[in-house]
Each structure stands twice: as C-alpha cells, then as structure tokens.
Design a protein around this ligand. Structure first.
Ligand code: FAD
Length: 321
C-alpha cells in the first residue's frame, strides 16, 4: 500500500504547494498503515527537479512523461492519476488545494468513488472514523468532515503544513499509460502567460496597494518593494475597478485569495471583503497613515505613516540586507 500525491509543476519546477502535499502525506503515513509516499508527475519536467520530491518525503516519483499531458488538460490528468492510483494500490490521494487541484480532484472523486475533502489544514483524527479538519468561509472557521469511503482524496490548503526538507532524493520511475483520445477532446488553442512576473496565487510574498496609493502613476513604489522582496503585486478591488491595475491583481472575497508567507498591504483600509482574501497569510504587514484603519487589527506588524515616505525607505532597507 502507499499514499499517492499528485504533483503540480510549472516552468520546470515542482510547485511548493505540491511539496507541502508530499510533506502532509509523509506525516499521514506515520499515523496510518498506508506505507510509502509515492508522487505522480505528468508531462515534461526534468528528473533532477522531480527527485526533490524526496526531500519533502516521497520515496518514489512516477513520471508519466507524455508531452500531451504537459498542457494540463484536466480530463487527461484525472484519468492518468486514476490509473496510477489503481496501479500502486493506493487508498488515499493527497494534492494541493489549487485551481488545477480542484478541477482534477472533483473528477477523481467520481472516477475513484472517493470521499473528497478540500482545504485540509491538519492530519485526520482517526479515533472515531476518519475525521478531517478543513478551513471554511475563507479561513474564518473550521469544519470537521468524516471521509467515510474506502478511497479518500485530501486537498491540502497552502501554508497549512510544515514543509519537510530533509528526506533523501526520490527514485524516479518513468512510465507510460494508455490514455484514450477522448481524454484529450479539449483543445487548448492558446494560453496567455505572464512572463517575468511572479504569479499572485502562487506567490510566497505579496505587496498589495489600495486607494491610498492615489493613482497608477505611483505604482512604481509598490513594484520597487515587490522586486526587492521577490514578491507578486496585488491590489484592492476599487483599484482594479478604476483601472489603475489589471483585474487579475484584485485580492479579496471577489478576487484572488492568497495565502503567502508575507502579505504587505499599503494604503488599504482593511474592509472585510479584502481581508477575506488574505486572512490565511502567515504574516501581515500594514502600512497606512490612519492609525484607526481596520487593517491594523488583522496585522502582525503595522507602520502608521504616509506610504509615499515609508515605501522608499522600506525598499532601501530591504535592498541593504
Ligand atoms: P479605501 O477604503 O478608500 O482605503 C484607502 C486607505 O488608504 C485608507 O485606510 C487610508 O487611510 C489609506 N491611505 C490614504 N492615503 C494614504 C497614504 N498616503 N499612505 C498610507 N495610507 C493611506 N474589496 C477588495 O479589496 N477586495 C474584494 O474582493 C472586495 N469584494 C467586495 C465585494 C462586495 C460585495 C462589496 C460590497 C465590496 C467589496 N470590496 C472588495 C470593497 C471593499 O468593501 C472596500 O471598499 C475596498 O476594499 C476598499 O479599498 P481600499 O482599502 O483600497 O480603499
């Protein structure tokens, strides 16, 4: 028996969220009798990169190195993972909670007749059934769900588990699968890919600006700090509504939900709808000239000051590190 982990990768690298899923699976294997952790990767990616899955806890990576799987066609991914799941005799599939993860997991739940629990934040409580704690209402509450089917799929929330980094390199097994053309019925004719930018949903650090930045001409201050921190840039809803920033940067209840290690909010008041998109961040730093701004209540660190004075100083200080 084994626990299978579905690995996501982009631009030649395994995503950190998938390494977290492997770490979760490794910890899970220590409280169940499910044996080793095996990861499955689809499409082209270098073996050296895949072997890193070992440091997070996988003993083996099954690499289905079929170029047709590189474009991320969801139906084909679900079918490929289902086949590997059965081949390795797994009962549990772990993956990262993400857009791709959601799409693949829901299809797999049908294919494998499995209980699906999403946004998992802790190992299951096995004392009475298989009770899994998950985050709900954009991180404001937790629920416990009993995964009562023989097969289970657990989608782990970003930043919810400690990343294990001390395992040995994983063995790589390259394999091919019989995938019928029906699985490739969806044709991706073009993709619009941001280059040179750190993608907001994946970012480990986010610097976000609100209406307090006064206008798009001042966004250089946000970008300078983001560049020094290796961060993605985000914004509040009104900022994208007015057209100061593109819509894909809008963070919050109606926009992108982020869970970075560090979220820096500049000139954002901290309305509940904005907080709904950021309250899973590990550390929140707020810069606002109004000491009464609601965002300070959610902040780990706050700077009461004018963004136009604070940002250049902060950027210089980070540069000097
Ligand atoms: P403001 O509320 O105008 O706040 C600007 C802040 O900047 C103030 O706190 C001010 O003190 C500070 N400031 C001004 N000048 C400076 C300066 N020089 N230096 C430092 N600080 C300064 N909003 C979202 O962001 N995301 C959402 O997903 C979202 N969804 C919504 C859904 C619904 C159904 C509704 C009704 C609203 C939603 N909103 C959302 C809007 C939300 O309620 C707030 O209106 C919005 O977040 C406010 O944006 P802001 O903080 O940038 O602007």
């Amino acid at each position: 028996m084994s626990i299978l982990v579905y690995i996501e990768h982009a631009d030649g690298s395994v995503k950190k969220t998938s390494l977290e899923a492997i770490s979760y699976a490794k910890a899970l294997s220590s409280i169940t009798s499910e044996g080793e952790v095996i990861a499955v990767a689809l499409g082209s990616i270098a073996s050296d990169e895949l072997s890193k899955a070992g440091s997070a806890g996988a003993s083996k990576v099954i690499h289905v190195n079929d170029d047709k799987l590189s474009s991320g066609i969801i139906q084909a991914h679900a079918e490929a993972v289902a086949q590997v799941f059965k081949k390795v005799g797994a009962k549990t599939l772990v993956l990262a909670k993400s857009s791709l993860g959601d799409a693949v997991a829901s299809r797999l739940a049908i294919k494998l007749d499995a209980s699906l629990v999403s946004n998992v934040v802790a190992l299951p409580d096995l004392t009475s059934g298989y009770k899994v704690k998950r985050s709900i209402y954009t991180g404001k509450a937790f629920a416990e769900t009993v995964a009562n089917k023989e097969n289970r799929i657990l989608a782990v929330k970003k930043n919810a588990v400690d990343l294990k980094t001390d395992g040995p390199a994983a063995a790589i097994e390259t394999t091919s699968l019989e995938l019928s053309p029906d699985n490739f019925a969806t044709k991706i004719t073009s993709t619009d890919k941001a280059t040179g930018e750190i993608l907001l949903p994946e970012a480990d650090i986010v610097v976000s600006g609100g209406r307090g930045m006064k206008g798009p001409e001042n966004w250089g201050l946000i970008e300078d700090l983001a560049k020094e921190l290796g961060a993605a840039t985000g914004c509040s809803k009104p900022v994208s509504d007015i057209g100061w920033r593109p819509h894909h940067e809008h963070v919050g209840q109606t926009g992108v939900k982020v869970a970075p290690s560090l979220y820096v909010a500049v000139g954002i008041s901290g309305a509940i709808q904005h907080l709904a998109g950021v309250n899973s961040s590990k550390c929140i730093v707020v810069i606002n000239k109004d000491a009464e701004a609601p965002f300070f209540k959610a902040a780990d660190y706050g700077i009461v000051g004018d963004a136009f004075e604070v940002l250049p100083k902060l950027t210089e200080a980070v540069k000097a590190l």
